[in-house]
Write a protein that binds this ligand. Structure first.
Ligand SMILES: N[C@@H](CCC(=O)N[C@@H](CS)C(=O)NCC(=O)O)C(=O)O
Length: 131
């Protein structure tokens, strides 16, 4: 069975997760906490770049979400993820790349701020419950 290393909050993981669901492919989800799990030697052996998502299919390991989508689509063609009409295909690939290379990096400062605020709030709650 396919194995998917992922983190629920990760949009990069989610695009692979959604593709697997769309194609009704069974997979084993392996959740990582990105506060250190990604630097564990076992995971670095799977992806030395310490990033999720990672798809493992037998002796093949695929990293990079768009490469994973291509692999899934080639191996399980129905239903297809990509259009065949040339213009539509060009637009889909462009949107994929712009999302990954332009929009996501631009969102990082905002998500980091929100995540830090959430972590501080949780830490404040757990400390105030102690006294
Ligand atoms: N271009 C990669 C980006 C993967 C990526 O940045 N993953 C993040 C989570 S969304 C990660 O694993 N970060 C952990 C780290 O860099 O240590 C893809 O599309 O798969």
């Amino acid at each position: 069975m396919l194995k998917l290393y992922y983190t629920p909050i990760s949009v990069n993981s989610r695009r692979v997760w959604v593709a697997l669901l769309e194609k009704q492919i069974a997979f084993e989800p392996l959740a990582l906490n990105l506060d250190g799990d990604q630097f564990e030697p076992d995971f670095l052996g799977i992806n030395p770049f310490h990033r999720i998502p990672v798809l493992v299919d037998g002796d093949l390991t695929v990293v990079e979400s768009l490469a994973i989508l291509d692999y899934i689509d080639a191996k399980y063609p129905a239903p297809p993820l990509l259009p065949t009409e040339v213009k539509a295909l060009g637009i889909v690939r462009m949107v994929e790349m712009v999302t990954l290379n332009e929009l996501l990096p631009a969102m990082f400062p905002l998500t980091r701020q929100l995540l830090c605020r959430e972590i501080l709030r949780k830490s404040w709650h757990s400390q105030s419950n102690r006294y």
